[in-house]
Design a protein. Structure first.
Length: 743
């Protein structure tokens, strides 16, 4: 390669990156092979890709760019036809009125630049990039919109939506209260309707699945989407790495966040109309090693018909609590860890109390649910409006009932307790393990024991446990280790245990929905006397139990007796003094798998493949062959079993035979492509029929590759590896630098 200054080889020798004798040997080989010097040096391992790009950038006087993980610019891509871009290896990056910025492996090629200018009618500004990065990016960006559009259309059609109207099902409304529009860079997803619709369909599925949170988590291999369902995170889909930035940018733009800031945490909000329901979405971003993680909290503002009985507080405990909050003054505290439903319990009490003759004010940070007929106040720490200051102001508003979102410090606690003694009913929350330890926590915060005993009416400690799915509930004894964790006689009242076997209704988890487990401590005269006298927790607990208080564990066992939940759920949630080896929240029970043998569940970090084949001998041979790629293979004997395992495990690749009894390979492919959780999973079709019609049908349904039987197993492995690489699963960490470049 010639330059106005030095040849590439001379520059490498001058900088000490290459010895003269090595250069002479490579130049001789170059003459025989007729390849570029730079490409030959990289292929032989003499020079690193990054080093070559740096030298070429200095030699040519052009900047280098990275296109890995870079979102495509729809306007720039539209300016240059794919055939021209492919021929001259030019990736459009950005477009101005009369100027197109492109990345090329040979930015000094005047003939190529002239051809690009003729094809676009614009001047070309070329930057340097490796040839392999450009080849991958061309396939990704030019094929992305068409592929995603097809997937979204299929999913929208299956979800009973008009494909042309899928974007309007999730309607972006006004910003949330108290939010101002932030300074934003231009939206990189403009004119990328498929990405917008894909994000909308993910949110739509989250709402319909009743998820409380949606997690978008960048990983080495792609963008993982997880839903929090019934308190546990479940993986819903994996979005290819090349779509990651576009998806995250779309969310940030909609949430009125600054898309130019990627290294600092941000908060935003979206107000949506989904299926006629009003939702507030709280959006939070956090920089991680592989990109920004975004978490969306879904808050349904539609008035819900929920009362204390629906939550799980029933019988004598509910009657006693209602008697407490019907009093004109005093304090009721709801305690438990984060996510235990404390705010929902307070909302049920407020809904029961609200009437035309009562002035109810709440103090929250943030306001999560809008309650009709109740005055809600947002804490503004930036403006100096803290819980304590706001509470003092509220006391001058002639309130009857005050709800303080959380008691976080001694100052707020003291003001709240004194308000409870001066003619107000005060409701609030506190983070403690059980009812009795709440007293110790308040004393530690500086609240005098006499004030606690005078003001407190009741303390509720609660947990949320998962309900057994009614669609697949069946008698089944718990694991022996769970039984051994409890003292003798604790389960004498339980005649039969139940468990969910797993079905499509509960997505194979065995659980559907959650219910509360409550411990209620009512402050009787005897309990007040013990608290004022400084009695320890043990003495107060014994007194309360003697007066009828039922601990969390006993309340949970009652729900086990009635077949509402499982012993494992209660042990994971209830706080008690005995040893409990199984008191850890568990997800769905692992399903045995690994090749064609029964074994462990898939392990993170290894690609997972579902292989559907009705011939046992072929299935066994192919499974063993695929394991050579260090993949975890989940076998299925037919298409229906294959679909069940795809739904359950969300693999990184599906390989399926076409001719199978029942649900064939085409039917399996169609199910995969019409479900938002599986729509982006690559699928390879296997068949013994060499017919053009079969191949066309597979590709029209969304198949990624097609292999005829009998096939060489080396070909199968090569095609499987290619599919996994295209989905970025086997890509090396960081920007790709393994391709060849010219020089």
């Amino acid at each position: 390669m010639r330059s106005g200054k030095r040849r590439l080889g001379e520059l490498l020798v001058a900088r000490g990156w290459l010895q003269q004798e090595d250069l002479d040997a490579v130049l001789a080989e170059q003459g025989e092979r007729g390849t570029r010097l730079g490409a030959l040096l990289v292929d032989k391992g003499i020079l690193g890709e990054q080093t070559l790009l740096e030298v070429l950038s200095h030699q040519l006087g052009v900047e280098t760019v990275e296109v890995t993980d870079r979102p495509g610019d729809a306007d720039a891509l539209a300016a240059l036809p794919y055939a021209v871009a492919k021929r001259y290896r030019a990736l459009p990056l950005r477009r101005e009125p009369r100027l197109l910025y492109v990345a090329m492996p040979e930015p000094q090629d005047a003939e190529a630049i002239q051809a690009l200018e003729f094809a676009t009618g614009m001047r070309i500004h070329a930057s340097l990039c490796s040839a392999r990065e450009i080849d991958i990016a061309l396939e990704q960006h030019y094929g992305m919109e068409e592929a995603v559009e097809k997937i979204v259309s299929n999913v929208a059609r299956e979800a009973d939506l008009d494909g042309s109207n899928a974007s309007s099902v999730v309607q972006v409304d006004t910003p949330l209260p108290g939010e101002e529009a932030k300074g934003r860079a231009s939206d990189p997803t403009r004119s990328m309707a498929p990405i917008i619709r894909l994000v909308n369909l993910i949110l739509l599925e989250a709402v319909r699945k009743e998820a409380s949170d949606v997690h978008f988590e960048p990983t080495r291999h792609g963008l993982q989407v997880r839903f929090r369902l019934d308190g546990l995170l479940r993986r819903r889909m994996s979005i290819p790495k090349y779509l990651q930035q576009s998806v995250l940018s779309r969310i940030k733009v909609t949430a009125r966040m600054d898309i130019a800031k990627k290294r600092v945490p941000q908060d935003g909000g979206i107000r949506l109309q989904v299926d006629g329901r009003r939702l507030d979405l709280r959006v939070s971003s956090l920089p991680t090693f592989y990109g920004e993680k975004i978490v969306i909290r879904l808050l349904d503002q539609t008035e819900r018909r929920v009362d204390l009985g629906t939550l799980g507080l029933e019988g004598e405990s509910r009657r006693l609590l209602e008697a407490c909050y019907r009093r004109p003054q005093g304090m009721i505290l709801v305690t438990g860890p984060t996510g235990s439903g404390k705010s929902t319990t307070l909302q049920c009490i407020l809904k029961d109390l609200r009437s035309e003759g009562i002035n109810i004010l709440t103090l929250e940070d943030p306001i999560e649910y809008e309650l009709e007929g109740i005055n809600q106040v947002q804490v503004q720490r930036e403006a100096g409006l803290t819980f304590a200051d706001s509470l003092r102001a509220i006391l001058r508003q002639d309130p009857n009932v005050i709800m303080v979102g959380e008691i976080r410090d001694g100052e707020t606690a003291e003001v709240a307790f004194r308000a409870a003694l001066t003619g107000h009913l005060v409701l609030s929350t506190l983070h403690t393990n059980d009812t009795v330890s709440t007293i110790t926590r308040l004393v530690d915060m500086g609240v005098p024991p006499f004030l606690i005993s005078s003001a407190l009416l009741a303390v509720i400690s609660q947990r949320l446990v998962r309900r057994i799915c009614p669609g697949c509930r069946a008698p089944e004894d718990p694991h022996p280790s769970a039984l051994e964790a409890l003292p003798d006689g604790a389960l004498d009242s339980v005649d039969r245990f139940y468990r969910g076997r797993g079905c499509s209704r509960c997505e194979q988890t065995g659980y559907k929905g959650r219910v509360g487990v409550f411990e209620l401590l009512v402050f009787s005269p005897a309990v007040r006397k013990d608290v004022a006298g400084g009695a320890d927790e043990g003495a107060i607990r014994d007194r309360a139990r003697g007066e009828g208080m039922r601990p969390l564990l006993e309340e949970g066992i009652e729900k086990i007796r009635r077949g509402v939940t499982t012993l494992e759920e209660i042990l994971a949630a209830a706080y008690w003094d005995g040893p409990c080896a199984t008191a850890q929240r568990k997800g769905p029970r692992p399903v045995p798998q690994s090749g064609c043998r029964e074994g462990a569940a898939p392990r993170p970090g290894r690609p997972t493949i579902v292989y559907a084949e009705d011939d046992p001998a072929v299935r066994e041979a192919v499974c063993l062959s695929l394991e050579a790629l260090s993949c975890q293979v989940i076998p299925a004997a037919d298409g229906q079993e294959g679909w069940e395992k795809v739904e359950r495990h969300l693999p990184d690749l599906v390989v399926t035979d076409i001719e199978m009894p029942g649900l064939d390979g085409y039917g399996l492919l169609e199910k995969i492509r019409t479900n938002v959780a599986t729509a982006l999973i690559p699928v390879i079709l296997l068949t013994g029929r060499n017919r053009c019609e079969d191949r066309m049908k597979g590709f029209l349904l969304g198949g990624d590759d097609y292999i005829e039987k009998p096939f060489d197993h080396r070909e199968l492995l090569a095609r499987v590896k290619r599919c996994l690489e295209r989905s970025a699963f086997l890509a090396p960490p960081g920007p790709s630098r393994s391709g060849s470049s010219t020089g």
